[in-house]
Design a protein. Structure first.
Length: 147
């Protein structure tokens, strides 16, 4: 099988590189692109966790600030995102050290999404995430508006 260029067919290139590594043909491995792909994988895992956090936080904001619209769909999205976060951290425990920064970034996007989806003014929402990780990940946590 002829070698396929990295930029022409990533799938086939990846399989070829894996075969070369298994066969210990290290002198034929495309090390530069292997390193890039490994670095990109870590970034991808980090982005996935941030996306799960963003979806969870946005739905918790909607739950709190639009209680009249609370429904099964929002509830199941909240439950699902919590499960995704737990599973993702179990598969990628090294990301736990990044949680604080990821929550901060995810919260900014969550507010933008909540503004877009609710039509509420951005000023309605707290500037920083009002909950800590343990709190918003708790199965029994369902935020309410302060009266």
């Amino acid at each position: 099988m002829a070698n396929v260029a990295y930029d022409q067919d990533l799938y086939t290139w990846s399989l070829q590189q894996a075969a070369l590594l298994r066969e210990r043909k290290f002198d034929q491995v495309d090390w530069e692109h292997i390193i890039e792909e490994v670095e990109d994988m870590s970034k991808s895992e980090k982005r996935a966790l941030q996306s799960f956090l963003e979806a969870l936080l946005m739905h918790l904001l909607k739950w709190q600030y639009q209680p009249a619209y609370q429904g099964r769909s929002w509830k199941f999205t909240i439950i699902e995102q919590r499960q995704r976060i737990v599973g993702h951290l179990k598969e990628n425990p090294g990301l736990k050290s990044k949680l604080s920064a990821l929550i901060e970034s995810a919260y900014r996007y969550a507010v933008s999404g909540a503004v877009r989806e609710t039509g509420l003014a951005p000023e309605i929402f707290p500037e920083t995430c009002p909950w800590d990780y343990e709190q918003f990940m708790a199965d029994d946590f369902w935020p309410e508006l302060d009266s």
